[in-house]
Design a binder for this molecule. Structure first.
Ligand code: IVH
Length: 708
């Protein structure tokens, strides 16, 4: 798509444009082109070369230029992706050629039958081998994109295969879809591409987390999030959803005289490769040309094993006859091509009975309903318990105790209740009653639950039963908080039950002789635990603050606050203004920390902790990094590559930062120093080729900073 030289030129030009306050309207074309390049690097190749911030700056410069020169706006300008008004209704549109479905296969026998049939249809010897192209069966929302004269003129959903719904503004809003692609270079005037809009699994998780927070109904799976994203009324929303489009078929291609250009591409694989060259996102490592059905079967099985590690949801593989000529000879049914077949992976849904709903109390008192299920096997995992998130989730799906429910486990995504099967109800099912009082509390005092306006969860505001304290202690000792080695959840639960842990201060006042007598413990384990706890007493106060489980006080905010105080209890005197003077600390965190420190129970607990030897005073680690101007790496950018022998990558980066360097992630003209460990590869080569980068070994680096 771009040669190395071109890429370097664009890169340099980007830096120039970033530095320039006054880009001439004459350069608007170059600016547009380099933004297109960065979109391609980021969304198609997953290898950005400029930071998000730099991209935004360039984008703003283009916007400003276009604003003052509206006549220079082009249809394929990156600003046009979400420039359109709110989408009207989604109008039905006929596809240029129908978007057919696929036949299904479930095992090697089915695929062997398919192979035999292809040979028969093509008049080939049954002993011969057919070349196939195998690729993922993406599980998202199908799309059809029409390009005319190189411009994207229409995006549509698959609909019923003959007619889909027009959603051009939303297609334009997806940065992995080129607004302009050089089909004309291939002699193609009009083309219709087929593909699948997908949402990466990690982005899907984030989208759902946001929805939990906002009290919105969750998406059952990435497919629903993707198909929903295609049908947003506002293309900005589509863009925010983070959809990506993989292209898997060139369905139609003609020249300006209407001649069919598909045969000129030779094979399906070549066609896809060509689309990749034109800037479309295509399957690469997950696509393979094989010489026989046997190899196709092996590739399908390989990906069935790997599906959970893949970033996108796939529900199978598609085996396609590679030669377009043989495809032609195989033909079509009214429903699917005879030259392709889907190999479906084993189901990831199962039905089972929801026998009960239990309510758990979290560390800040949020009440989470959890469905207890008759254990059921889903794609290799036994599932007996599934979170129902919050009250809205249960009400929205009308889940009742005793219902038969459909449970889905999609990839890495945690098991999820899709729906209940109303048709199987016999009247004995009970709508659950969400508790009004703390469900765990066994004391005489009933604690009414409260709901905070901006949150979806009910909370127990004033825990007297210890359930919340238990969760707080579990968090406090965990790896992300005080990181007490060997103090897992089960030990916390055990000590809590024994009455030794009422709140987090008790962690530092344990009787190790008593612990040594516990079954499964012994003196050695008790000593080890003691050593870990003693070590944690020395932790910087940023860690301690984070591990107090103040609602919304995360790791970053804890670090920012720790930089500003000498002693944790100084926070008793802080007001909202003082907190919000710190950049990135908002009023919510401020309010919660103030509330925490104005509660005498918490203050007394911290005083107890200090008396047990826990550090409450600012440490060197808590202080902001002070870098002297004459620090050996002051003002330099640095990158570590290859495997380091004397320290880990993270440690090396921290050391470099401590001595004034800025760690960056790519080799470019902006890089000053490359530290090359063993087996350094392409980054080293690139740095050497640039000539401007100082390349040094790990030892030389340590020598330079005086830490040999
Ligand atoms: S080929 C005429 N290839 O599966 C060829 N389809 O049941 C028909 N799909 O809705 C499609 N990944 O959106 C093809 N690699 C792939 C695919 C794929 C997903 C979807 C497609 C369609 C459905 C067909």
């Amino acid at each position: 798509m771009y040669s190395t030289q071109e890429q370097k030129k664009i890169y340099d030009l980007s830096k120039q444009m970033l530095a320039s306050d006054n880009i001439s309207p004459l350069d608007i074309g170059s600016l547009r082109d380099l933004l297109k390049y960065h979109e391609w690097k980021y969304y198609v190749q997953n290898q950005p070369v400029v930071s998000d911030y730099e991209y935004d700056q360039l984008y703003k410069k283009l916007e400003a230029l276009e604003h003052s020169n509206p006549n220079l706006v082009t249809l394929d300008s990156p600003t046009q992706r979400v420039a359109s008004d709110l989408n009207k209704d989604f109008e039905p549109v006929a596809h240029t050629v129908p978007m057919l479905s696929l036949g299904n296969s479930y095992n090697a026998d089915d695929l062997n039958d398919f192979d035999k049939q292809v040979k028969k249809l093509c008049g080939l010897d049954l002993e011969s081998n057919v070349e196939y192209c195998v690729e993922p069966k993406f599980d998202g929302g199908s799309i059809a994109l029409v390009y005319e004269d190189d411009y994207l003129v229409r995006g549509a959903t698959r609909g019923n295969g003959t007619k889909g719904e027009e959603m051009t503004p939303n297609a334009k809003a997806m940065p992995s879809i080129p607004l302009k692609a050089a089909f004309s270079k291939l002699g193609i005037f009009k083309a219709e591409l087929r593909g699948e809009a997908l949402i990466r699994k990690d982005i899907f998780d984030k989208v759902n987390q946001e929805r939990v927070k906002a009290g919105k109904e969750l998406f059952a799976n990435p497919r629903n999030a993707a198909t929903g994203g295609l049908r947003m009324k506002d293309p900005n929303e589509t863009r925010k959803r983070g959809l990506e489009a993989f292209i898997f078929q060139l369905g139609y291609a003609v020249d300006s005289a209407g001649n069919d250009m598909l045969p000129t591409l030779g094979t399906h694989d070549k066609g896809i490769e060509t689309l990749g060259d034109l800037g479309f996102k295509i399957p690469i490592v997950e696509r393979k040309v094989v010489n026989s059905i046997k190899e196709a079967i092996a590739f399908c099985k390989e990906w069935e094993e790997k599906r959970d590690d893949y970033h996108y949801e796939i529900d199978g593989m598609v085996v396609k006859v590679n030669s377009l000529e043989l495809q032609d000879r195989s033909g079509y049914t009214s429903h699917h091509p005879r030259w392709a077949i889907a190999y479906k992976f084993k189901a990831k849904q199962a039905t089972t009975k929801m026998v009960n709903i239990e309510y758990q109390v979290g560390k800040v008192g949020s009440i989470t309903p959890v469905a207890k299920l008759d254990p059921v096997h889903i794609a290799g995992v036994m599932v007996s318990s599934v979170s129902l998130h919050n009250e809205e989730f249960i009400v929205g799906k009308d889940l009742r105790i005793g219902d038969t429910v459909v449970v889905e486990r999609a990839g890495d995504v945690i098991p999820y209740i899709v729906k209940s099967l109303e048709e199987l109800r016999d009247g004995s099912e009970e709508p659950p009653k969400f508790p009004e009082f703390c469900p765990i509390n066994t004391t005489d005092t009933q604690i009414p639950l409260i709901k905070i306006e901006s949150e979806a969860a009910w909370r127990c505001p004033n825990c007297v039963c210890g359930a919340q304290d238990l969760q707080k202690i579990i968090f406090h000792v965990s790896k992300v908080a005080m990181d007490i080695d060997g103090f897992g959840k089960s030990n916390v639960e055990r000590f809590h039950e024994a009455g030794w842990l009422q709140d987090i201060s008790d962690v530092y006042n344990l009787d190790y002789d008593q612990i040594a007598t516990l079954e499964g413990f012994g003196q050695r384990s008790a000593d080890k635990l003691e050593a870990s706890i003693n070590k944690a007493k020395e932790n910087p106060i940023s860690k301690l603050l984070h591990s107090l489980t103040v609602h919304h006080l995360g790791k970053k905010a804890s670090q920012l606050i720790a930089q500003e105080i000498e002693h944790v209890l100084d926070l008793r005197d802080w007001d909202e203004e003082k907190f919000t003077e710190i950049k990135d600390i908002g009023p919510v965190v401020a309010k919660n920390v103030i509330e925490y420190f104005s509660n005498s129970v918490n203050v007394r607990m911290l005083e107890r902790m200090e008396s047990y030897g826990v550090n409450l005073t600012q440490t060197e680690e808590d202080k902001p990094l002070q870098i002297a101007e004459d620090a050996p790496l002051a003002g330099k950018t640095i990158l570590f590559t290859g495997s380091l022998q004397r320290m880990g990558r993270k440690q090396a980066q921290e050391l470099a930062a401590k001595h004034g360097a800025k760690n960056i992630s790519a080799v470019s003209k902006n890089l000053d120093i490359l530290v090359a460990g063993e087996k350094a590869g392409s980054k080293l080569k690139k740095a050497e080729a640039l000539g401007s980068v100082q390349v040094m070994s790990e030892d030389e680096f340590l020598e330079l900073i005086g830490e040999e």
